[in-house]
Structures are given as structure tokens and as C-alpha cells.
Design a protein around this ligand. Structure first.
Ligand SMILES: Cc1ncc(COP(=O)(O)O)c(C=O)c1O
Length: 377
């Protein structure tokens, strides 16, 4: 019986192993391990990809989000105890970045088709203390529409994109021809290069991207002990820098990102085309955007039973996410929130294998296995 792994990073990196080793050797031999040429070049490449002016390479995606909010606080744009609207269906990091800065997350329920923030709910969540909104491009699907855009403009909200899962994705812009890269849609965006991401480091890494020079400079300073120049500290800073070795690894993988996203897209389309059982709901493919399918998430009523069945057929699966932030023990204050759609979704989501080495043929074979699934009676 064929085995379909959910994720095997050693296998995923195998085709580029020699290039990675060579790039690592170059860094080791350079003697420059922090704040060097690799980070500098990587920042330029990511800014170009996200179609923005500035990129600051940082330690991870959570820090990227934390730094954006912290920088806005230092700039006097955001303040402690103010609120940021965050979709309820997200990885906990989106919410942690808000609470870590002494601010409050106002959780917004989701739409069933996008599994992401429902912009029709934004207005009811607004109050004078809401100062920003954080669209999360979850699973690699851009979270962007006319209502969100207009609401942010009208109420003067800062838009902080959580682009952790969607590097390379693009969204249509209402009123404009063509599409824009995620990361360049709002005022600032955070990216994660956690190893499992479509563009993954060999450890932790992240980035902040923005067109706002003051914000970029402030983030860079805070991430480097709060210093604007050497041994001169203007903020109570942190150490959130990206290592040269990670930048070098990422620069190798970046060359293959378009092909990787294309492969994921082909696999996702094969799943959508071939899964025909009424017991499994496939995610929507939106023609006005480019989704990059960080996860391929289906909905099933009896999740454990379904996953056990697939496991017996050699198909590994995962769940993103079984417990949304408002039901996590650390966020007891959200327990009374009525987030019906997010809560229902969390009980049903299953992520199918989509990472390398899954091929279109694998997706067709897995779809056929899924179509044979008989739910518990
Ligand atoms: C939606 C989302 N936001 C933020 C993060 C945080 O990124 P990192 O793990 O690099 O800190 C992640 C990472 O898994 C994520 O999926």
C-alpha cells in the first residue's frame, strides 16, 4: 500500500540539498553571521516579491507581528488597551502578538466559504478603541475584499496583514485592474518562514514588509536592541534579528517558491476536481485571486473516524486548528464570545497532504480513497 506523508521536510529539501550546503558553507566561511549581506539581499528579494519598498528580516513570524504593533506604539499610532480586530479562525500567534503588546484582540467570526474573517461582521465590532485590523491570509488564501478595504479607510484603521501562510499569494483589488501581492495590501505585513511554510527556513525566521519608511526603521531598531546606530538605544528594544545562515537558506529556497506554489495549486485543483463524495466539503477556489495552498483544508462531520479511515489507507492528515484561540486556556476572557462559525469549523477541519512530494496523481488517488469513505452510521 502506498504511503502519502503529510509532511517530510528532509524529503522536501532533498532536491536542493547541494545548493543549501554550498550556501551554508559560504556563510560559515564569510565569518559574518548576523546583519550581513545575506539578510540584506534577502530583504531586497522579499520586498520585491511582496511589491513593497521595505523589508526587515526578523527572527520569526510571531516576532514580525509583535514588532509591527510595538513599532506603531512607539510611533504613537497605537496605544495600550486599544483594540485590534483579528479573525477568530487563526493560529494563536496572530492573537498573541496583540496581547503581548498590552492591546486587546476583538475576535471576528468567519465566512464558511473563505474560512476567514467575515467583513460583514466588522462594523458591529467597531468602537472608538478599535484602531487596527489584522487580515490573516489563512491556509494561503488572501483575506481581502472591498468591504474590509473601505471599512479600514473610512474608520482610519491600520491594516496589519498576517501573511505567515501566504507568501506568493495575490488578491484582486476592488476598483483596480490586476492583482496585488499579499503583504503589500495593507499598511504592514508579517511573514513567517517557519520550516513547514511554503517558503521555509531551516529553523525560525520571519519578516516585516511595508511601504512605510518610518515603520520599517522603527521595526529594525526595536529588533536590534532598540538601537538606531551602534551602542545607541532609542527604544527599550529586543533581539529579534534573522541569522545570516537562515537568510542564505531562504535565498536558495526562494528561487523555487514559484514552482512550489504552482505545484500546490495543481494538487489543490486536482483534489477539488476529484473529491466527489457528499461527506467531504472541499475549500473554495477563487478565480479573482492566487491562492498558494499552504494547507488544503476540507470539512468533515465525523473527523476522527474520517482520519482513522485515511490513516488505514496510508494517507496522513493533520488538523489546523482543532482549538481556536478563543477556546485556548490562556484566553479565558474570550470564552463567552459567540463565534459559532469558527467553533463549528474547528470541529470539522482536516488538512490533506499537499506538501512536497505529493503530486497531482497522488491527489487523484487520495481523492478516490476519500470517495470510498463511508461515515459512521
Ligand atoms: C497565521 C500565523 N500567524 C503567525 C505565525 C507565527 O509564525 P512563526 O511560527 O514563524 O512565529 C504562524 C506560524 O505558524 C501562523 O500560521
Amino acid at each position: 500500500m502506498k504511503h502519502y506523508p503529510f509532511l517530510n521536510l528532509a524529503l522536501a529539501n532533498k532536491p536542493i540539498m547541494e545548493e543549501l550546503k554550498q550556501a551554508a558553507c559560504q556563510v560559515i566561511e564569510s565569518g559574518r553571521y548576523i546583519n550581513g549581506e545575506q539578510c540584506h539581499l534577502f530583504e531586497q528579494e522579499i520586498a520585491q516579491l511582496c511589491e513593497v519598498k521595505y523589508c526587515v528580516a526578523v527572527s520569526n513570524g510571531l516576532d514580525a507581528l509583535r514588532l509591527i504593533i510595538r513599532a506603531y506604539k512607539e510611533m504613537g499610532v497605537l496605544h495600550s488597551d486599544e483594540k485590534i480586530i483579528v479573525p477568530a479562525n487563526t493560529y494563536v500567534a496572530s492573537v498573541l502578538a496583540v496581547s503581548d503588546n498590552g492591546m486587546n484582540a476583538t475576535l471576528c467570526d468567519i465566512r464558511d466559504d473563505t474560512m476567514n474573517l467575515d467583513s460583514d461582521c466588522i462594523e458591529s465590532l467597531l468602537s472608538p478603541s478599535v484602531k487596527a485590523i489584522m487580515p490573516v491570509h489563512l491556509y494561503g488564501t488572501p483575506c481581502w475584499d472591498e468591504k474590509l478595504m473601505n471599512m479600514a479607510r473610512h474608520y482610519n484603521l491600520k491594516v496589519i496583514e498576517d501573511n505567515a501562510q501566504a507568501i506568493g499569494a495575490r488578491s484582486g483589488i476592488p476598483g483596480l485592474n490586476g492583482t496585488c501581492a499579499t503583504g503589500g495590501l495593507g499598511h504592514a505585513a508579517a511573514i513567517s518562514f517557519y520550516p513547514t511554510k511554503n517558503l521555509g527556513a531551516l529553523g525560525d525566521a520571519g519578516a516585516v514588509v511595508t511601504n512605510d519608511k518610518q515603520l520599517a526603521d522603527t521595526v529594525r531598531a526595536i529588533a536590534n536592541y532598540g538601537s538606531d546606530y551602534r551602542y545607541h538605544n532609542i527604544y527599550l528594544g529586543l533581539n529579534c534579528r534573522m541569522d545570516e545562515i537562515q537568510a542564505a537558506m531562504l535565498r536558495v529556497s526562494l528561487k523555487y517558491l514559484p514552482a512550489e506554489n504552482e505545484r500546490r495549486n495543481a494538487v489543490a485543483r486536482a483534489y477539488c476536481e476529484h473529491i466527489s463524495t457528499p461527506h467531504v466539503v472541499t475549500p473554495c477556489v477563487f478565480e479573482d485571486m492566487t491562492q498558494v495552498w499552504h494547507q488544503f483544508v476540507v470539512r468533515v462531520k465525523s473527523r476522527d473516524h474520517f482520519r482513522d479511515y485515511l490513516k488505514q489507507q496510508g494517507v496522513d492528515t493533520d488538523v489546523h486548528y482543532a482549538t481556536p484561540p478563543h477556546l485556548q486556556p490562556c484566553y479565558r476572557q474570550f470564552k463567552s464570545y459567540k463565534l459559532a462559525k469558527t467553533t463549528a469549523l474547528a470541529n470539522e477541519v482536516v488538512s490533506l497532504p499537499i506538501a512536497h512530494p505529493i503530486t497531482v496523481q497522488d491527489a487523484i488517488d487520495i481523492s478516490n480513497i476519500i470517495n470510498e469513505y463511508k461515515p459512521q452510521s
